[in-house]
Design a protein around this ligand. Structure first.
Ligand SMILES: *[C@@H]1O[C@H](CO)[C@@H](O)[C@H](O)[C@H]1NC(C)=O
Ligand SMILES: *[C@@H]1O[C@H](CO)[C@@H](O)[C@H](O)[C@H]1NC(C)=O
Ligand SMILES: *[C@@H]1O[C@H](CO)[C@@H](O)[C@H](O)[C@H]1NC(C)=O
Length: 296
C-alpha cells in the first residue's frame, strides 16, 4: 500500500512509464547493461519485484571503461559489476540533500551526494542532468556515464582489467597518460603482453607543461611512442620484486636504475608514489615525473 502511495506521489511530480526497470532499459538503448542483467540471471527478479534504483551505465560508459565484451569477466565478476549498479529502494535526485551511503544488491555500499543539480555516486560517477529520475512501475532509472567498480571482487582477487582499461578507469589521475596512448597510437601495447608500467600521473605531465611536442606537429607521434616505451619494462615486477640497484631495460632498450631505501622506490630520477595496481597484462606503479627519453 505504501508503495502504491509513493508511486502516485512521485508519478505526479515526474514522468512515469508503466514498464519494469529491465523493460525500460531494454527499450531505451541500455543494451549492454541488459545483456549483463540477462547473463547473470536476474531479469525475472527485476521484472517482478521492487522497488529498485538502477544507476545505469550507458553503452558509452562501458565503452569508455574499455569494456567491449563481457567475456573478459568471470560470471562472479559480471554478477558483482551488475549488482553494484542496483539499490533496493528509491534514490531520487531531489531527495538527496547531503552525502548518503546506500547498500547495493552486491552488499557493498555506494555513496550518493547532490552535485550540480544531479547526483554523484562514489565521488566519480555522475547521474545525467537531464533524463534522470525515470520512474517505472518497479523503481527508478538513474543513467550514468561511468561504470562503477566494486570495492572488492568476490571470491577471487585475480585482476580483470588490462592496463589500458585500468588507465581509463582511473582517469582522475591518468587522463594525460590516456591521451598520450592515443597520440602514440599504442592502445594495443597496453592491452596485451606482460609489462611493468611506471605510469606518470597527471601531476607528472603537468611538470612538463609547455615543453612537450605539440600533438599537431608531424613528429609528435614518434616522440610520444618513445616516451611511453621509456615507461614500460617487459615482464611483471611487483614493488616487492624491485631491489635497490636493479637495472631495468625498457621497451626502448634503455636502462632504468632502481633505488630503494626504507621502502621508498625511485626509478632513475622519478619517485614511485603508489604501487602494485594489478592488470591482466602486468602491473602498474604510479610515478610523479616523466622519464623523458634522450632522443637524437
Ligand atoms: C555494447 O553494445 C554494443 C552495441 O550496441 C556492442 O557493440 C558492444 O559489444 C556491447 N558491449 C558489451 C560489453 O556487451
Ligand atoms: C553484507 O555485508 C556485511 C559486512 O559488510 C556482512 O556482515 C553481512 O553478512 C553481509 N550480508 C550478506 C547477506 O551477505
Ligand atoms: C572527490 O573527488 C575530488 C576530485 O576528483 C577530490 O578532490 C575529493 O577529495 C574527493 N572527495 C572524496 C571524499 O574522496
Amino acid at each position: 500500500m505504501r508503495l502504491i502511495f509513493l508511486f502516485v506521489l512521485i508519478s505526479s511530480c515526474f514522468g512515469f512509464e508503466d514498464v519494469s526497470v529491465v523493460q525500460y532499459l531494454r527499450e531505451n538503448g541500455f543494451n549492454n547493461l541488459t545483456t549483463a542483467i540477462d547473463r547473470i540471471g536476474i531479469t525475472y527478479l527485476l521484472e517482478t519485484t521492487g522497488p529498485y534504483t538502477i544507476f545505469a551505465p550507458t553503452n558509452e560508459a562501458f565503452m569508455r571503461a574499455g569494456i567491449y565484451s563481457f567475456d573478459i569477466f568471470t560470471s562472479e565478476q559480471l554478477k558483482a559489476l551488475t549488482q553494484y549498479t542496483i539499490v533496493q529502494e528509491f534514490v531520487l535526485v531531489p531527495n538527496v540533500d547531503s552525502l548518503i551511503v546506500k547498500n547495493t544488491m552486491l552488499n557493498q555500499t555506494i555513496t550518493v551526494e547532490p552535485y550540480q543539480q544531479t547526483l554523484l555516486v562514489n565521488n566519480i560517477s555522475q547521474v545525467h542532468t537531464t533524463g534522470n529520475n525515470i520512474i517505472v512501475n518497479n523503481g527508478v532509472i538513474q543513467p550514468t556515464d561511468t561504470v562503477l567498480t566494486p570495492h572488492f571482487w568476490p571470491t577471487e582477487s585475480r585482476p580483470i582489467y588490462n592496463m589500458h582499461q585500468l588507465i581509463l578507469l582511473n582517469d582522475d589521475k591518468y587522463s594525460d597518460l590516456a591521451l598520450t596512448i592515443v597520440l602514440a597510437d599504442m592502445q594495443n601495447v597496453f592491452q596485451t603482453g606482460e609489462y611493468t608500467l611506471f605510469a606518470p600521473t597527471d601531476d607528472a605531465f603537468f611538470k612538463h607543461l609547455g615543453s612537450l611536442p605539440d600533438p599537431a606537429s608531424p613528429d609528435s607521434k614518434s616522440f610520444y611512442q618513445e616516451l611511453l616505451k621509456n615507461h614500460l619494462v617487459p615482464g611483471e615486477r611487483l614493488a616487492s620484486q624491485l631491489e635497490n640497484g636493479d637495472i631495468l631495460y625498457t621497451l626502448r632498450n634503455t636502462q632504468l636504475v632502481v633505488t630503494k631505501t626504507t621502502g621508498v622506490i625511485q626509478i632513475d630520477t622519478v619517485n614511485v608514489i603508489d604501487t602494485d595496481l594489478l592488470a591482466t597484462n602486468g602491473v602498474i606503479h604510479s610515478v610523479d615525473d616523466l622519464l623523458i627519453p634522450n632522443l637524437p
